[in-house]
Design a protein around this ligand. Structure first.
Ligand code: HH2
Length: 285
């Protein structure tokens, strides 16, 4: 399903996929161990109810993941990942037909099962680098794909990450991933880029990437940002409990919007939507 699905909404998400307005992607982790909501939505009924709640709060996309990628997390078996996500995708589409669902996975087999079950976007935290079948699958499916930058893999990515120039390296890597995707047949308008906040990055790396986000939005693709409740927000705001890092998250959403981000992967949809509505009005005044 092409990204135009998002343009059909009445409330002004114009353009092909991303118009000038911010698009909220609500996070649904169907995992026992995600860093802020692990274990909450493993039950299918609870997961679907949470997704519906996020849609009602203004999410335009629900991002469903069956494996935690938090720093230090261990991979799950692919069949287990599929077993977690497919019933939730089916259940959500029964409850709310037409929902735009993205599948958060770096495995092509899981992505394929999710697309068959009715997901319409692939969110690959490895940018297509961990499974060589992923980008050809996306090209065949003709669906949008989020290509994220990650240094190393989740198990070891926070072990002293080093960059000479983090902004340039992430930008160049994302430009290369987009080119590779297009060479493999993914159409340009289906590509979304994401600097991968917290994925093999220190606090200073995260700040540099957010502050200089125009370098990445300047590549000409829509940019997605995923800061929601992450560790660096806790460090900066002094809030230890992940689920309470809402205000810090909202601050980063507004700052990233000002620097060109148009998709926001968040747990707290209502708060981020309200703040972004104010930011949009401010920009257009
Ligand atoms: N962050 C996480 C997972 N998927 N996808 C994109 N495109 N961008 C991100 O920044 C991103 C992502 C990690 O956060 P979360 O899902 O909340 O936790 P966990 O990986 O522990 O499930």
């Amino acid at each position: 399903m092409p990204l135009t699905v998002l343009t059909a909404s009445q409330d002004g998400v114009g353009g092909r996929f991303i118009g000038p307005d911010p698009v909220l992607m609500g996070i649904l982790n169907v995992t026992p161990d995600s860093f802020s909501d692990g274990g909450w939505y493993v039950d299918r009924g609870k997961a679907v109810a949470r997704a519906v709640e996020m849609l009602d709060e203004g999410a335009k996309i629900i991002d469903i993941g069956g494996e935690s990628t938090r720093p230090g997390s261990a991979p799950v078996r692919p069949d287990e990942e599929m077993r977690r996500v497919v019933p939730v995708i089916r259940g959500l589409l029964e409850e709310r037909p037409g929902t735009v669902i993205s599948i958060d996975t770096y495995r092509s087999a899981t992505a394929e099962a999710a697309l068959e079950a009715g997901a319409s976007v692939v969110n690959d935290v490895s940018g297509g680098t961990m499974d060589e079948r992923m980008l050809p699958l996306v090209a065949r499916a003709g669906c949008p794909v989020v290509l994220m930058h990650m240094k190393g893999e989740p198990k070891i990515m926070q072990h002293d990450p080093y960059y000479r120039d983090v902004v340039r390296e992430v930008r160049d890597h994302l430009a290369e991933r987009a080119e590779t995707a297009m060479d493999l047949g993914v159409s340009r308008e289906n590509i979304v880029l994401d600097p991968g906040i917290g994925f093999g990055k220190t606090l200073l790396h995260n700040l540099a990437l957010l502050k200089n986000l125009e370098e990445i939005s300047g590549l000409g693709f829509p940019v997605l940002i995923g800061t929601s409740r992450k560790t660096f927000i806790g460090t900066l705001s002094g809030v230890e409990e992940a689920s309470e890092r809402v205000a810090g998250t909202v601050a980063t959403s507004v700052l990233a919007y000002e620097r060109g981000a148009r998709l926001f992967r968040v747990h707290d949809v209502r708060e981020n939507r309200e703040a972004l509505q104010v930011a949009v009005a401010f920009e257009r005044a």
